[in-house]
Design a protein around this ligand. Structure first.
Ligand code: ADP
Ligand code: MG
Length: 181
């Protein structure tokens, strides 16, 4: 995608951070449909403009794809769209995995989720979460690791099956047990 443009409104900092919702502030995706090493900073109001075929729908599909990774059941999502896993990858690259990153902002706080999706297993084989530039969670070589409240890493072998992100299955209690601060 190179001709679609984004019109942005000036960003505003809400006075009350605790009351403001999380906002998608940045998107990066590589090897998804027509998007190759594509990044998009987003303001509070952003508008995609571009010629037919410039990649507007691909951007929206990428956001939908990442949302689905978080919810799991990727194969069901593919069936609904009548896509095969091979349809996800860009025909413009020889890469296998789709890599992505999203930034969610709330006031001065920034949550970053980054991952690498394997189309054969339909799973993110690597994931990272940063809160305010501190790495607090990662998935790596069949394990997930949390940063505990004392600053040590808790490493757990992944023994369950899932599609998409591990967050589609990890329960909220897992996070409340180990403070990520
Ligand atoms: N897997 C893919 N690899 C590379 N290009 C693709 C892939 N799937 C679709 N495209 C191409 O991406 C281009 C952008 O399409 P699209 O996002 O629908 O544009 P728009 O919504 O701006 O009209 C089209 O030319 C389409 O053929
Ligand atoms: Mg379109």
């Amino acid at each position: 995608m190179n001709t679609a443009q984004v019109k942005q409104s000036p960003s505003q900092t809400p006075a009350d951070h605790s009351a403001s919702p999380l906002r998608l502030s940045y998107l990066y995706v590589d090897n998804f449909k027509s998007l190759v090493e594509f990044w998009l900073p987003l303001a509070e109001f952003s508008c995609l403009i571009g010629l037919n075929g410039s990649g507007k729908s691909s951007v929206l599909q990428a956001v939908d794809f990442m949302s689905r990774l978080f919810k799991g059941q990727v194969s069901h999502w593919l069936e609904q769209r009548q896509w095969k896993p091979a349809d996800l990858n860009s025909k413009l690259t020889g890469k296998s995995n789709i890599t992505f990153r999203i930034d969610l902002a709330r006031g001065s706080e920034v949550f970053v989720w980054q991952g690498s999706f394997n189309r054969t297993s339909l799973r993110c084989t690597q994931e990272w979460v940063w809160i305010n530039n501190h790495l607090v969670f990662t998935v790596h070589e069949g394990h997930y690791l949390f940063l505990d409240e004392r600053g040590g890493w808790i490493r757990t072998k992944i023994t369950f099956d899932y599609e998409g992100s591990i967050f589609s299955l990890l329960r909220d209690e897992t996070f409340s047990e180990h403070s990520c601060r």
